[in-house]
Write a protein that binds this ligand. Structure first.
Ligand code: SF4
Length: 378
């Protein structure tokens, strides 16, 4: 069983469930439910108390039944709480991994256990499937920081440079860009597009910190947009120093949406897939993941021998997705995510340009231990 050490402020967690949530939906913890799902309890035993289980089990069973009736799959992002991630997620991982896998299934319905731009990406890649999001308020500070109109203005100002967008943007934004990237392949995308265009400069939107961290890993000049992830921007180099002081021997792993001075102090940096891969490959004794809080829970479940120091920054948008609203959306088939066909085709071209790049065997890390590279932020 994984061991957790809370560090710093305690997260504001979603309210504890009572049996009412299931009962209000006509679901009860009866013998049939026990027989169907009680064997799953061990997967979440670190996070769900035995007292809570009778409230959760009927929802899990209800969701599984609805998935069969609707021919649906649930795509669970790494930042979902362990009950959603482990108990009802058919595909689990980062946003692009999820959309790719969903496009290859025979399912007619996709429930996006993630945020809105991820549901749009699923729709872009699976136009014939019905894509549902359990809570339409599940947004993202990065996606909200830039619009398609902003990108058209950038294009006017810098017509000779390719525009790379991180996947954390709306379909409208992707439709105006030349290629998308993820935090796994951002350096590869920037270098490839610069070579293909025959230029030494690339515009990278919307995450200022990801752009700065990419700039520290390539000779290509980057012009960045001023968007930030409201979760990762909270981490600081001082946090890293405090963690090291309070918990000697802790390996510090950081996501590249963190400020560059965090990566300067970290032991390893990479995408969510790279962080998960690093933990399972190296099996450190004690580790901290400087990223969204639930990621530690989900990686811990896969690595029971590793001790996790929890820095605890929750994404309020990701936390809007719950077992309750997944059940409700499958029951009522709300809320459907659609993308205008013209926008979808242009956004898909940007995603396809990225998907055409050679796939990397293991998600690469970012350099750590070096200072920020000065760059233009627009
Ligand atoms: S963690 Fe940051 S990038 Fe991810 S959805 Fe939340 S706000 Fe957006």
């Amino acid at each position: 069983m994984a061991r957790f050490i809370d560090f710093g402020d305690v997260c504001e967690l979603p309210p504890r469930r009572t049996e009412n949530a299931a009962e209000a939906r006509g679901l009860v913890y009866d013998q049939a439910v026990k027989a169907a799902v009680d064997h799953l309890y061990d997967e979440v035993a670190d996070f769900v108390t035995p007292m809570e289980w009778p409230a959760i089990a009927p929802l899990v069973h209800g969701i599984n039944q609805l998935k069969k009736q609707r021919n649906a799959v649930v795509l669970a992002h790494n930042y979902m709480t362990p009950d959603v991630f482990s108990l009802v997620g058919d595909f689990r991982g980062d946003s692009l991994q999820l959309a790719r896998e969903a496009a290859q299934t025979d399912a007619e319905v996709i429930v996006q256990a993630g945020v809105h731009f991820m549901a749009e990406t699923s729709k872009i890649l699976s136009p014939d499937k019905t894509v549902l999001i359990p809570d339409t308020r599940a947004g993202c500070s990065l996606a909200a920081s830039v619009t398609g109109a902003d990108v058209r203005l950038i294009r006017q100002k810098y017509p000779d440079y390719p525009i790379v967008t991180y996947v954390n943007t709306t379909a409208d934004v992707k439709a105006e860009c030349d290629i998308t990237c993820t935090s796994s392949n951002a350096v590869q995308v920037v270098e490839t597009v610069a070579r293909d265009w025959g230029v030494d400069t690339v515009i990278m939107i919307p995450d200022e910190f990801l752009a700065k961290n990419v700039a520290a890993n390539t000779d290509i000049k980057i012009i960045a947009w001023h968007g930030r992830c409201e979760v990762h921007e909270k981490f600081s180099a001082e946090d890293v120093r405090q963690i090291r002081e309070a918990h000697p021997g802790t390996l510090v792993l950081a996501h590249p949406e963190c400020p560059p001075d965090v990566l300067e102090e970290a032991d390893f940096a990479g995408s969510t897939s790279a962080l998960a891969h690093y933990v399972s490959e190296h099996a450190p004794q004690k580790v901290v993941l400087l990223t969204e809080c639930s990621m530690s829970d989900n990686v811990a479940a896969e690595n029971p021998g590793v001790e996790f120091v929890k820095p605890c920054n929750l994404c309020p948008h990701m936390k809007r997705i719950t077992l309750e609203n997944i059940y409700d959306c499958l029951k009522t088939m709300q809320h459907e995510v659609t993308v205008d066909e013209d926008v979808r085709i242009r956004a898909k071209a940007a995603i396809d340009a990225m998907l055409a790049l050679p796939k990397m065997a293991t998600p690469p890390g970012f350099k750590v231990g070096q200072g920020a590279v000065p760059l233009e932020v627009i």
